[in-house]
Write a protein that binds this ligand. Structure first.
Ligand SMILES: [Fe+2]
Length: 206
């Protein structure tokens, strides 16, 4: 049997300042090196705690708290893994419009990219508190679907592949945009890596 592995913090797929001026280098550095790292550390600690419980090494444990902690940190880790790759420098890998099958689905379901962008922006801006906006592909219906996720897990649709997601936690924008979250949400479109979204979709098309 191979050795059990720990969760690891992957490097950003670009430099800290690659998404400027839309997302500052300072935000990217703190977001990745502190916040994402914290979720990785937390996920490993949660797994370690569970292993100790299994081995009978702790007493008086609280399963509800343990699993909540696991899901919070593990989802935090996995969501950020997608988020970094879903973005790229404006004008090269980021921004513009989707192509390929994603564009076909958007046009089929929304009529145009502009209409999709309008609807999706409304959804993004409707989120209260900390969370995410996520675009999924539903293999069963053959359609794109979306939701806002509170925290890292509330309102998440089970087992649907993620095509595109957006971090709306304050740590994602506050240093640059302060309380004007909508300005960050509007700027995010300039760094969306549509090729990455298309690749994620293609893995699940039949
Ligand atoms: Fe985040």
């Amino acid at each position: 049997m191979s050795a059990l592995k720990k969760y690891e913090l992957p490097p950003l797929p670009y430099k800290n300042d690659a998404l400027e001026p839309h997302i500052s280098a300072q935000i990217m550095e703190l977001h990745h090196d502190f916040h994402h790292k914290g979720y990785v550390t937390g996920a490993n600690a949660a797994v370690e705690k569970i292993e100790k419980v299994v081995k009978g090494e702790v007493s008086g444990y609280d399963w509800a708290g343990i699993v909540r902690n696991l899901v919070f940190n593990l989802n935090g880790h996995r969501l950020h893994n997608v988020f970094w790759n879903n973005m790229g420098p404006a004008g090269s890998k980021g921004g513009g419009k989707p192509g390929g099958k994603l564009a076909d689905l958007i046009n089929l379901q929304f009529g145009s990219f502009d209409k999709f962008k309008q609807i999706y922006s409304e959804l993004m801006k409707s989120l209260t508190g900390s969370g995410w906006t996520i675009l999924y592909y539903d293999e069963e219906s053959g359609k794109l679907t979306f939701t806002t996720v509170e925290n890292h897990f509330i309102n998440h649709i089970v087992d649907l592949p993620v095509v595109l997601l957006l971090d709306e936690w304050e740590h994602a924008y506050y240093l640059q945009y302060k309380s004007n979250r909508n300005a960050y949400l509007d700027a995010w479109w300039n760094v969306v890596n549509w090729d990455d979204a298309e690749k994620r979709l293609q893995r699940h098309l039949r």
